[in-house]
Design a protein around this ligand. Structure first.
Ligand code: NAD
Length: 519
């Protein structure tokens, strides 16, 4: 008779056989210069399966080490990242064309903090929970909720944050006791390889963290091999990953695209709101899943806000980063993305929008798009409804907060949002009415570094979340354990059935649950 394990192996083998073989290597480009800076192998399904075998062999010993010992490796890596910050920044900048500051603040700072957070919090988040039940049938029994690592976790990442959004999700998976295989974006694989080097230098046992470089085919192969797949990327690919994972009933976490609204109420501190709009729409070249992608401003503040934002965005320095403080906005990390950005701007202009600054590709040799402010926009335009993922900021005038909320929620996405007002209580009320996984009042994006807060999308922006207790429990199987220690030879409900016992159970039912009012 075939066991469940046999069936899973057969399904995996069949899935592998259906895939085209990969081979050769992938050229990695510096998008700020257009130069090829490295080549990495393009792993095929067999090679991914080989990595998975190594991971499965190594994982039990890693799990057996326990939290404290695993935490020691994580803290060593926290120190390694800090000691090698300049080298890591230089690697990130070279494969993304982002600024020194974007790599320093949003990647190194995040990674270093995350190692400390998960080393400290994993034991508490995954500790056995002793629970009590209200049901009289289990009175006196010991009830435990236990978390056990799933085994091998696959992480698939995008190109916009090679450390934070690819490698970052590996840290809690490792802390939980899993082996991890990371498939970075084919556009930005070098940072992940550097992280693997760091973990080796910190003495991490062989097979516990491996990098599978390659493209979507490699990603598909990884989905087939692992016990949990953590995917960050576009909504379109996220759907494919979930469909693929359904074949082997592999659970998934999906962190997908967004179209984050900023709601500026008439009583907002306009200077802070304008500074934040310029920064949180243009940092990382606007290539942040939680970038401010569209703004709704109440009429009385609109002209002042638009004037201030335009002045600030016009003053931004763009170009190839050559060290700290040299530019404010870097390159388009994935050169074809510039076509989408330009198409959204052209579509808006064709439908009546005005460009106040920017509005076109910037001069090469690398791939850049000028920081752009658009006004006279509405929801017939792609720039207000589709994810642009570039340095653009469309601003729309609204009559009141009600219209702003209605338009903010008029989107298939629900990743993050922000509300700006001097009245914090009103801001919170508005925040609670916005359909998004994370909403800031008088801030944006910064919630991401509060690792205690869950970060996950609603609607087409994702499934599950990272950070907080849920960000590590997802990498575990939950097990319920019930222990009966002192008990009679036979419980009342055991055979044989009898009228007397049924009557007694019926009276107990009425006594326990039948005394409430019907209305
Ligand atoms: P993408 O979906 O094109 O690719 C993401 C990853 O999936 C890459 O590693 C790619 O090789 C791999 N892949 C492609 N096809 C696959 C398949 N069929 N099976 C398995 N893997 C496959 O995304 P991208 O263009 O690299 O990244 C930009 C997108 O990521 C944006 O939509 C952005 O909003 C999103 N993003 C979301 C978050 C978040 O936390 N919600 C964070 C960063 C980026």
């Amino acid at each position: 008779m075939a066991t469940v394990d046999d069936t899973a192996v057969r399904e995996r083998e069949q899935a592998r056989a259906e895939q085209p073989p990969a081979g050769g290597d992938i050229a990695v480009e510096n998008p700020a210069t257009g130069e090829v800076i490295a080549h990495v192998p393009d792993l095929g399904p067999e090679q991914v399966a080989e990595l998975a075998r190594a991971a499965r062999a190594a994982q039990p010993a890693w799990e057996a080490l326990g939290f404290e010992e695993r935490g020691r490796y994580l803290l060593r890596m926290q120190k390694w990242i800090t000691d090698h910050a300049e080298r890591i920044i230089s690697t990130i900048v070279s494969e993304t064309g982002k600024t020194y500051e974007d790599a320093q603040l949003a990647e190194i700072m995040y990674g270093a903090a995350a190692f400390g957070f998960w080393a400290k919090e994993a034991p508490g988040f995954l500790a056995d929970e002793h629970v009590k039940s209200a049901n009289p049938l289990v009175k006196g029994k010991k009830l435990i909720v236990r978390y056990r690592p799933v085994g091998v976790v696959g992480v698939i990442g995008p190109w916009n944050f090679p450390l934070t959004n690819s490698f970052g999700d590996c840290i809690p998976a490792l802390a939980a006791g899993n082996a991890v295989i990371l498939k970075p974006s084919e556009v930005t694989p070098l940072t992940s390889l550097l992280m693997a080097e760091g973990l080796r230098a910190c003495g991490l046992p062989e097979g516990i963290f491996q990098v599978a470089t390659g493209d979507g085919t490699t990603g598909t192969a990884l989905v087939d091999e692992v016990d949990f797949i953590m995917f960050t990327g576009s909504t379109k690919t996220g759907r494919k990953v979930m469909e693929r994972a359904a074949r082997t009933l592999t659970p998934v976490g999906l962190e997908l695209g967004g179209k984050d609204p900023m709601i500026v109420l008439a009583d907002a501190d306009v200077e802070r709101a304008a500074n934040a709009a310029a920064y949180y729409s243009m940092n990382n070249g606007g290539q942040v899943c939680i970038s401010i992608e569209r703004v709704y401003v109440e009429e009385p503040l609109y002209d002042d806000f638009v004037a201030r934002v335009t002045e600030k965005v016009r003053a931004l320095r763009q170009g190839k980063p050559t060290g700290p403080g040299t530019v404010d906005v870097g390159a388009m990390i994935y050169p074809p993305q510039v076509d989408i950005v330009d198409a959204h701007v052209q579509d808006a202009v064709a439908k009546g929008a005005r460009v106040l600054t920017g509005g076109k590709r910037a001069d090469g040799p690398g791939t850049f798009y000028e920081p752009t402010v658009l006004v006279d926009v509405d929801h017939t335009m792609e720039c207000m409804t589709e994810e642009t993922f570039g340095p653009t900021l469309p601003i729309m005038k609204v009559a009141d907060a009600e219209e702003a909320i209605r338009l903010a929620n008029d989107s298939p996405y629900g990743l993050a949002a922000s509300v700006w007002t001097r009245d914090a209580a009103r801001g919170e009320d508005v925040a609670r009415r916005v359909e998004a996984g994370a909403v800031c009042v008088n801030d944006a994006q910064i919630n991401y570094v509060a690792l205690e807060l869950p970060m996950g999308g609603w609607k087409a922006s994702g499934l599950g979340s990272r950070h907080g207790a849920g960000g590590i429990r997802k990498y575990c199987d939950q097990q319920a354990i019930l222990i009966t220690r002192f008990a009679p030879k036979k419980d009342l409900h055991m055979f044989p059935n009898s009228k007397l016992k049924s009557g007694l159970i019926g009276r107990t039912l009425r006594l326990l649950y039948g005394r409430g009012k019907r209305r």
